[in-house]
Design a protein around this ligand. Structure first.
Ligand code: 13P
Length: 253
């Protein structure tokens, strides 16, 4: 049985005070039997780490550079993330791929750099609406997964986490249906199983894209959905906690 992970990607949102309020709510309402993760903007990482204190809620980063530290203005190395208490890091979020032109190769380098510095990478994959309508969903998603697998092998991918986030469902209020998500999650697991069956069985595959307290339960009922990567709804403490509770309850069924 894979323990669910609920991750809140705060993207470029927040103020010092607003974040203190949000973390206070999350710490007070921490949910058992589920891994909880918050992913603030870089500049708030230390603050959030401090405020999470002794709670079991984990800290993650939104991005990383793969190169060794040096003359790379504006970039952050995985060892730096580790030093400020980050245990996990997103790689290849669709906003990075689309707005900052990140390539599959760069994402694979980021994933590998995280592993080398003992930071757990979360590989984000997903198709655009145009690609889905053209029947290219699996081709796109599996290409994104394979590119990382070629760089780190099936065992390497097993040290990370995968998040399926269809681009058309991000921030639109229109989540993929549980069946649509399950189809992709199942295919990702199968593709990895061909090279690493044990890895595929243990790998957590999260769903992301307009997850909220209304649609989370039905998504979590699906066999291959092991949690969620939540954007907008993770900025509302009570809403995020409800999603965590639904995931924990899903484990009992
Ligand atoms: P929304 O939950 O706001 O759709 O964002 C999803 C996402 O991109 C999480 O990484």
């Amino acid at each position: 049985m894979r323990k669910p992970l609920i991750a809140g990607n705060w993207k470029m949102n927040g103020t010092k005070d607003g974040i203190t309020d949000l973390v206070t709510i999350l710490v007070a309402g921490e949910v058992n039997n589920v891994d909880m993760l918050v992913i603030p903007p870089f500049v708030y990482l230390e603050q959030v780490g401090r405020e999470l204190g002794e709670s079991g809620i984990r800290l993650g980063a939104q991005n990383v550079d793969w190169r060794a530290q040096g003359a790379l203005t504006g970039e952050i190395e995985a060892s730096m993330l580790k030093e400020v208490g980050c245990e996990l890091c997103l790689t290849g979020h669709s906003e990075r791929r689309q707005l900052f032109a990140e390539t599959d190769d760069q994402v694979a380098c980021k994933f590998k750099a995280c592993l080398e510095h003992d930071v757990t990478p979360i590989l984000c994959v997903g198709e655009t609406l145009q690609q889905r309508q053209a029947g290219q969903t699996m081709e796109v998603v599996l290409r994104q997964v394979r590119s990382v697998m070629e760089a780190v092998g099936p065992a390497g991918i097993g040290q990370g986490i995968v998040a399926y986030e269809p681009v058309w469902a991000i921030g639109t209020g229109e989540s993929a249906s549980p069946e649509q998500a399950e189809e992709v999650h199942g295919n990702i697991r199968q593709a990895i199983a061909r090279d690493g069956p044990a890895t595929a069985e243990k790998l957590r595959i999260l769903y992301g894209g307009s997850v909220n307290s209304e649609n989370a339960a039905e998504l979590f009922r699906m066999e291959d959905i092991d949690g969620a990567l939540v954007g907008g709804a993770s900025l509302i403490g009570k809403e995020f906690l409800t999603i965590c509770e639904l995931a924990a309850r899903g484990m009992e069924n």
